[in-house]
Design a protein around this ligand. Structure first.
Ligand SMILES: C[S@@+](CC[C@H](N)C(=O)[O-])C[C@H]1O[C@@H](n2cnc3c(N)ncnc32)[C@H](O)[C@@H]1O
Length: 223
């Protein structure tokens, strides 16, 4: 069971797709996991449940932070929860696994909401404002041989995520895919997406993917 304050993103298909990808990772005994954009903390809880020793959860929303703290207590897991902007509060730390299900829905404009539940999904015209920042900054907090797992829609361009991460020396692959029907938010934007050529006329499903980006070990970097 998960508690959830009003305005906090309810875990859904993208959350669970990422949770399954996380469960496929081999976490060492002292593994450090960073959950960027934690929401209810569902992914942090999963990380702790499968053996991560140090779990850090970051979200910009105060309600999400309080929700995650409550869920950590409820599930008796020790999770460090920080209110902040992506990797900014942890930029001098290193993690073995970084997981993120960030806002990635293409919006009407590039002005990001500063409050309300829309902050959980609106991500600028191309849906990439948060994704691009994560692609730039997450590799810097990855430990040697660390892994970034990131969920997004194909509507916000998986090729760009892949190329940005590869440019930083990471090996990238898509490890999970799911075709899901449009919910309320995407249904309301279907005409906009059709006009932009993001979806075919009448299309009312989107594909969600999880990308896995692995940082090489120092040995391999030297070679
Ligand atoms: C799609 S929800 C994902 C929540 C949760 N990880 C899950 O999978 O169910 C995205 C989350 O990102 C948070 N967020 C938005 N902008 C952020 C930022 N700049 N830094 C950190 N968190 C942010 C939102 O508050 C929201 O909780």
């Amino acid at each position: 069971m998960l508690l959830r304050l009003p305005g906090v993103y309810p875990p859904q298909e993208d959350t669970w797709l990422l949770a399954d990808a996380l469960a496929a990772e081999r976490l060492g005994r002292d593994s450090r996991v960073l959950d960027l954009c934690t929401g209810t903390g569902a992914l942090s809880l999963r990380a702790a449940a499968i053996g991560a020793r140090y779990v850090t959860a970051v979200d910009i929303s105060r309600r999400a932070v309080v929700t995650t703290q409550l869920n950590a207590i409820l599930h008796r897991h020790s999770i460090r929860v920080i209110q902040g902007d992506l990797t900014t509060p942890v930029q001098d730390q290193r993690f073995d696994v970084v997981i993120s299900n960030p806002p990635y829905v293409p919006a009407h404009d590039d002005v990001l909401p500063t409050r309300g539940v829309e902050r959980a999904w609106d991500a600028g015209v191309d849906g990439r404002v948060l994704l691009d920042r994560i692609c730039t900054h997450a590799p810097r907090v990855l430990a040697e041989s660390g892994v970034l797992l990131i969920a997004q829609s194909v509507l916000s361009g998986i090729e760009k995520t892949q190329s940005m991460l590869e440019e930083q020396g990471l090996s990238v692959e898509v490890v999970a895919r799911a075709e899901i029907p449009f919910g309320r938010v995407l249904s309301a934007r279907a005409a906009l997406f059709e006009a932009r050529g993001l979806i075919a006329p009448g299309q009312r499903t989107e594909e969600i993917v999880v990308l896995r980006a692995a940082k090489p070990s120092l040995d391999k970097e030297v070679m």
